[in-house]
Design a protein. Structure first.
Length: 368
């Protein structure tokens, strides 16, 4: 099974970077909410097993199953919206399997990446024709709509950005992209102007309120406090932070002022307890992981492998950017985990599955 691989091509550097970042995440989660640390360690163990297995499994086998993969994720996303779905804080995004809780929208990121890697590579010569564009938009729109209905706007935006990145790398015309930007830009401005009205119907009330709180935090202090407290926590950490598991009276985290400290605002906890040095280390590790994946994609033996790496790199990159921007007040508040750092069993295992597949792409480089 392994004779086809040259194990000198196994990207140990990527594995080390991923483990370093995950270790930081586990330590910060333990400081934020001790009860969740053991679950994250379980996610690391399960994810490591999945990563090792998939890194030694030819990714072309998965490519041949792309329609099955698409069908599975549609089934799971539909299942979430049935009575079997579990609702938390007004959002129905989970399936309770008693032993563990599954979040299909996280699995959708890697499963849709695999599907569209095969879909676009098979239609590379017709990527700019309507016969490819229209079906791809429809095939993306169905799962995106299901995720949006949960509701999970942040994940919908993330997978949309991944989809756009992949179709661009697949050879989408610059001329078409320019035309689309020319149309989309004013539409976005009109959309933002419309959703600011109290009688708008496109967004849920809580989504509009988050945008308004971001634009005018002083006028919506009761809604903007999460991000304001996050910014205060990051700033209070200064250069070296207050230390993990500290009992400082002046700690924003210890005073329970940080909402969802183990997930959406884990970066704020890292900023307060690890300081500028710790947060800079997290950002650098994320950047190095993305760069390493891109480099593997550039040496892939075929377009499908390149697109897999593109999808995974853009997923990690865009999601990290959104999470950190929210924690620092540069974007409206939205719930999206910080890759490899935030608590979330499904999220962490999905990321390790993605890394395993990327490692297999690296084991089969292009022959010059």
């Amino acid at each position: 099974m392994f004779k086809q691989y040259q194990f000198r091509n196994y990207r140990i550097k990527l594995v080390i970077l991923v483990y370093l970042l995950t270790t930081i995440g586990i330590l910060v989660i333990g400081s934020a909410e001790k009860d969740f640390q053991s679950q994250q360690i379980l996610g690391l163990v399960l994810g490591s097993a999945a990563m090792l297995t998939l890194s030694l499994t030819d990714y072309n086998i998965l490519m041949q199953m792309h329609w099955v993969i698409y069908g599975i994720i549609l089934f799971l996303l539909i299942l979430v919206l049935t009575p079997l779905g579990k609702e938390v804080n007004g959002a129905q995004r989970w399936i309770d399997l008693k032993v563990i809780t599954l979040q299909p929208s996280e699995l959708a990121k890697i499963m849709l990446t695999l599907f569209f890697a095969k879909f676009f590579s098979d239609r590379h010569d017709r990527i700019n024709e309507l016969i490819t564009i229209v079906p791809s938009v429809i095939l993306f729109g169905i799962p995106a709509f299901l995720v949006l209905k949960e509701p999970d706007l942040s994940t919908t935006i993330t997978i949309a950005l991944v989809f756009c990145s992949m179709i661009f790398i697949a050879g989408f015309s610059y001329r078409i992209i320019g035309s689309m930007i020319a149309v989309i830009a004013p539409v976005v401005l009109i959309f933002l102007g419309y959703v600011m009205r109290e009688d708008q119907v496109l967004l849920e009330d809580y989504q509009r309120n988050r945008i308004m709180a971001w634009l005018n935090p002083s006028e919506h202090a009761d809604l903007a406090y999460q991000q304001q407290n996050s910014i205060m926590a990051i700033g209070s950490g200064q250069l070296t932070g207050k230390g993990l598991n500290n009992h400082a009276v002046a700690s924003v985290k210890n005073a329970d002022y940080i909402a969802e400290p183990q997930t959406d605002f884990i970066f704020a906890v890292a900023g307060e307890e690890l300081g500028f040095i710790g947060t800079a280390a997290i950002i650098i590790l994320l950047l190095l992981i993305v760069i390493e994946i891109i480099m593997i994609g550039r040496n892939a033996k075929d377009l499908a492998g390149n697109l897999i790496c593109c999808g995974v790199a853009s997923w990690i990159g865009f999601q990290s950017f959104i999470n950190i921007c929210v924690a620092t007040g540069l974007m409206p508040n939205t719930g999206v985990p910080l890759p490899f750092v935030s608590y979330g069993l499904t999220s962490l295992v999905s990321l390790y599955i993605a890394i395993g597949i990327v490692l297999n792409v690296g084991l089969q480089p292009r022959k010059y």
